[in-house]
Structure formats: C-alpha cells, structure tokens
Design a protein around this ligand. Structure first.
Ligand code: AMP
Ligand code: MG
Length: 420
C-alpha cells in the first residue's frame, strides 16, 4: 500500500499527522468473519453479530411501581373516601378483576388487576387495625404508579443492534428479552512479540545493561482488555532471521501481529527488512510525541496461500508503545471487530498547569483529574517513564506548537473510555 504523506516542512522527512495515519490505517481492514453462540452471561465485552429482537413484552403486563392499593379512579372523586380491600396481589401472582367500590392491596411489580386504573401508594392511605377498610387520602390521577406493558421492550422490537459491544447492562437487556445465548463475532486474534537484545523477562536475572520487558504486559493487557485473544510470542533478539521466523510463526492463526521495538532505521532495527521480506510494509513517521515511528503492513501466512496477517510495529519505548497502541492499534482492532466507534471519548477539561514550551509535534501528555475538576501533569513526560501512564488517568491531546495556560480548557482523553 502506498501512502502520500503530508507536504514536507523544511528539510526533515515529512511527518504524517495522527489523523492522516489513522485514516490510512482504517482504509485497510475488513471486519473478521465468523461468529459463535455464547451463553449470555459469558458475552461480556463481545461484539453482537446480529440484531436481537425481544421475544417478550417487558414488562409483560401493566404493573405497579409502588406498594399500595390498586383502585378505580372513578371510586375516589375526593380525598378521604374509604373503600374495602377485597384481594391481595403480591409480585408474581395475578389478581382478579376489581369489584366495584373495592380496592386491591398490591406490591411493587405485581400486575394491575382488570378494572383498576391507578395505584395509590400506601403512604397516602390510612388503615385501621383488624379492618379491611382503607381510607384513601388523595385523589388518584388515572394511570399513576402504573408501569405499562411493553414500555421497556415489546415483542419483535430490536432490543440490541448488531455491532454493540456488550457491556453488563446490554447483557441485562438481552436477558430481559429472553436470550440465554447470544450470537457474537469471533474474537479477533492478535499475536505479539517484543524485540530487543536488552530485554529480560521478570523472574529472570537482568543482563548487564538490560531491562525487563514491560511492553509484553502493557500491550497484551491492552489487547485482551479490548476483548481480543492475545498470544505472546516472547522476546525476539535483534537479528533479521530471528525476526523473520517470529513473523512467520505469529502470522499463523492470527489476524494481526503487534510488535514493539526495532522500528527505527538503525543497524539493530530489523522490523522493516523482516516484514518487507515476509510481506509488505510502510514505515511511517508520525508527528506525535511520544511515538514517532510506526510500521504498518501485512505478513504472508505460510499455510494459506494469498492470506495475510496484518502487522503493526510499535516503537519500543514503553510510553510510546502505550500511546501509539491507544491512537492507532485500538481503532484498527475495533475495525476488525466490526465496530464503528473508533474515536476515543474525549472532553474539554481545565488544565491546572501551564504548558509553555509546546513541541512541534502533536503531544499526548499524561495527566490526572484532581479533586477540583482540573488536570494535573505528571512531572516527567519522558517516553521511557511508564509510571507516568500508571499514575495518570488519561492524556491531554495537545496540538503541535500550541501551548496553554493554567485555567485553559484542553482536550482530555480518559483511559477509562478506551477499553472494550
Ligand atoms: P527501540 O524502539 O527498539 O529502539 O527501543 C527504544 C527504547 O525502548 C529502548 O530504550 C529500549 O530498551 C526500550 N524498549 C524496547 N522494547 C522494550 C520492552 N519490551 N520493554 C521495555 N522497554 C523496551
Ligand atoms: Mg530495540
């Protein structure tokens, strides 16, 4: 795939804007095919594969939303009328038609008996000990405290639409519509490996000059929290053949391969030539900070002619790979999942600090909402300082070259809106 970068500014290589890079990325994938039927209670976070229509009316009958008395309003023209309680209707049972000049003791959720057209709550009534007479102290209006049959869902009505990401409340709606199982899209399968001779796994001794592989846990955590199957192919040394082999293995049975590190063009950066040999690749320079280099392409599957796994190579710095995942991999995965809500939720929030030396790139600052509704900045914004992202609860999307002053409104992307 060839892309046309934005016009070059001075002599530096042209930088794509985040929006341009995203629009190039999203042109590519089609939603994965395949679906399965899963128990409703196991469908959390899955993507609904087809519309589901209600099999029942919800609620199934007109019923009371209060404990009190079901009445015929015509029997109570003024406050203080005393009427006889002729029946008792708890939730889960169905009453008899209301006889003239009688009322029914009724409890929340119980069906309104035929002949009643309102409920008077028990707080508006006076009862007498050892008596079935009740004084009604207010004039009921027709329909009061009655929940109508089908006001939530009616038989045949679409209860949930295809493409919905199933959150707990959606599972509840599916259950109320009578669904014990739901048709969902198959999970997107994402393989990940991590390049770098300096990397060790936690639990192993660190090599001299080495660091622990933190990207594995951050990136696989992000992948899985989007409802994907994430497969870990481990640490891959900075060698061309090892990188090619890892690509061949990871491409099998996966829709997408994510890597970290090795996407610059130094001698130890083998992602570009390796993906080039195993498929096709574009290396992009994106005008964002952190996370300038990003590789995008596809790797041929060995076992299926003509079939490919998508490839996105993220930079190695832990904050860079975290931010580029959020900005680019997340929407790409959402597209594979058949979703269309690519833009992360964001809103304007007051910055409680000055940002007076803006970068010439579009910067994503790690910040946290404070108790007075403003945003505080993590003091160290280095792309290697992952504690900034752990401390923060979101990012400020700071346009290239634009500073701001304490008190200004800035665009805040909360991390909480990014998962599922
Ligand atoms: P690279 O993109 O390979 O040039 O790596 C950039 C920086 O990120 C280097 O300081 C690496 O040591 C660091 N880095 C690369 N991969 C990882 C990883 N998996 N976990 C933590 N740091 C990493
Ligand atoms: Mg490296």
């Amino acid at each position: 795939m060839a892309i046309s970068p934005s016009p070059a500014s001075n002599t530096k290589p042209p930088l794509l804007s985040a929006a341009e890079a995203l629009s190039h990325l999203l042109k590519n994938p089609e939603p994965v095919e395949g679906r399965e039927l899963v128990p409703t209670q196991d469908a959390l976070g899955r993507v609904l594969a087809e519309n589901i229509v209600s099999t029942v009316d919800v609620p199934p009958l007109d019923n009371t939303s209060m404990d009190g008395y079901a009445v015929a309003t015509q029997d109570i023209p003024q406050p203080g009328v005393t009427l006889k309680v002729d029946q008792r209707i708890p939730a889960g049972s169905v009453g008899e038609p209301l006889k003239p000049k009688t009322i029914a003791r009724i409890f929340t959720g119980a069906p309104i008996p035929p002949g009643a057209d309102a409920v008077v709550m028990q707080e508006d009534c006076t009862t007498q000990a050892q008596s079935d007479l009740v004084q009604i102290n207010s004039i009921p209006s027709m329909g009061q405290w009655i929940r109508r049959r089908g006001e939530d869902l009616s038989v045949g009505k679409v209860a949930l639409s295809a493409g919905t990401v199933l959150r707990p409340q959606h599972l509840g709606v599916a259950a109320s519509a009578g669904y014990a199982e739901l048709p969902v899209k198959r999970r997107v399968r994402v393989a990940a490996f991590f390049t770098g001779d300096e990397l060790s796994l936690p639990g192993e001794p660190l090599k001299p000059g080495g660091i622990y592989n933190s990207n594995r846990d951050t990136l696989l955590g992000l992948i899985r929290s989007l409802g994907c199957i994430g497969t870990d192919y481990g640490i891959v040394p900075d060698r061309l053949e090892a990188t090619r082999q890892a690509l061949r293995t990871a491409s099998e049975d996966h829709d997408l391969i994510i890597t970290s590190g090795g996407v610059s063009v130094g001698e130890e950066d083998h992602i570009k030539p390796a993906v080039h040999s195993e498929g096709r690749l574009d290396l992009w320079q994106i005008g964002i900070k952190p996370g300038k280099p990003l590789a995008f392409g596809a790797v041929r599957k060995q076992n299926q002619t003509g079939s490919e796994a998508w490839f996105i190579g993220l930079p190695g710095n832990p904050v860079s790979s975290f931010v580029t995942f959020i900005l680019f991999v997340r929407p790409f995965i959402l597209k594979l999942q058949g979703r269309s809500d690519f833009t992360p939720p964001s809103f304007l929030v007051r910055a409680d600090f000055d940002w007076s030396k803006p970068d010439r790139r579009n910067e994503f600052l790690r910040v946290k909402l404070n108790a007075v509704g403003g945003l505080d900045l993590f003091p160290n914004q280095s792309s290697g300082v992952l504690t900034s992202a752990a401390w923060g609860d979101g990012l400020i999307d700071c346009p290239a070259g634009q500073g701001f002053k304490k008190g200004d409104m800035v665009r805040y992307i909360p991390f909480s809106g990014l998962l599922y």
